[in-house]
Design a binder for this molecule. Structure first.
Ligand code: FES
Length: 104
């Protein structure tokens, strides 16, 4: 399945997602800049992404821990999610996200 990622320079990368990997793992495996400091434990908010229109409602809703952690994110928007909490499945083939800024 494909994961389409726009980096902070506006460049679009089409990545090969792997079933059961998180979007964060796919992004880091492609060496795109995402610090993901906690390694996917939903404890840092440095894997913050914006989910493209049309995809937000297709994701499993954020658990309370993710909602709470997003409070620590930078420039959080309605379509913000933590990439480590998005599990890649065939339903998400073609998912589009944009890397959020790490600082303002
Ligand atoms: Fe830390 Fe996602 S990697 S919250």
């Amino acid at each position: 399945m494909k994961l389409i990622v726009t980096d902070r320079n506006g460049k679009v990368h089409t990545l090969d997602g792997r079933e059961d990997w998180s979007a964060m793992e796919v992004i880091r495996d492609a060496n795109l800049p995402m610090s993901a400091e906690c390694g996917g434990a939903c404890a840092c908010a440095t894997c913050h992404v914006y989910v493209a229109d049309g995809w937000v409602d297709r994701l499993v809703p954020a658990a309370q821990q993710e909602v709470d952690m997003l409070d620590f994110g930078v420039a959080v928007q309605e379509n913000s999610r933590l990439a480590c909490q998005i599990k890649m499945t065939s339903d998400l083939d073609g998912l589009e996200v944009t890397l959020a800024p790490e600082s303002l």
